[in-house]
Design a protein around this ligand. Structure first.
Ligand SMILES: Cc1cc2nc3c(=O)[nH]c(=O)nc-3n(C[C@H](O)[C@H](O)[C@H](O)COP(=O)(O)O)c2cc1C
Length: 137
């Protein structure tokens, strides 16, 4: 029997608002995540990150613990944590979506600030990214 799948969505405040951290984060993700059967999506806003992690229960917990200690961001808040039947980002070890690539309507999202985003809006964003099927990489 396969392990149950889990999804975690969190928001955090970027320590470095230039893009220098971002490529390193994506590079580690694309090396490490396939080994742990983790997929997901990272949205970079002007001052914040919004990330969806999905995969086997224990692997997601372990990765989240590691990420939560990373000094490249602070004020990490989990918005959604639940068991799932299927993944949204099946073929992405970590999809990157710069926020300005998307057309979102809510004011805070238009400002690239996810820090006060609701769980529902966060999930909607990832559902929309998934449905649009577009990315810069
Ligand atoms: C916003 C953010 C998202 C991250 N996402 C991932 C990820 O999906 N997978 C991953 O392995 N590391 C991710 N990291 C990096 C980890 O915190 C950690 O630095 C990295 O996994 C260490 O990898 P290494 O042991 O191969 O050097 C993320 C870091 C930040 C700040």
């Amino acid at each position: 029997m396969s392990a149950s799948l889990k999804r975690v969505i969190y928001v955090s405040e970027r320590a470095d608002t230039s893009n220098s951290d971002l490529q390193e984060i994506i590079n580690s993700s694309r090396v490490n995540n396939p080994q742990k059967d983790i997929t997901g999506c990272l949205v970079s806003g002007i001052n914040s990150y919004l990330q969806l992690l999905e995969g086997p229960d224990a692997a997601v917990d372990e990765l989240y613990r590691k990420i939560s200690k990373d000094t490249r961001h602070t004020n990490i808040v989990i918005l959604n944590e639940e068991v799932i039947d299927s993944r949204l980002f099946t073929s992405w070890s970590m999809r990157l979506d710069p926020f300005n690539n998307l057309m979102w309507s809510d004011e805070e999202i238009n400002a690239g600030n996810f820090l006060n985003i609701t769980a529902t809006n966060a999930l909607n964003i990832f559902t929309r990214i998934h449905e649009q099927g577009k990315s810069v990489f």
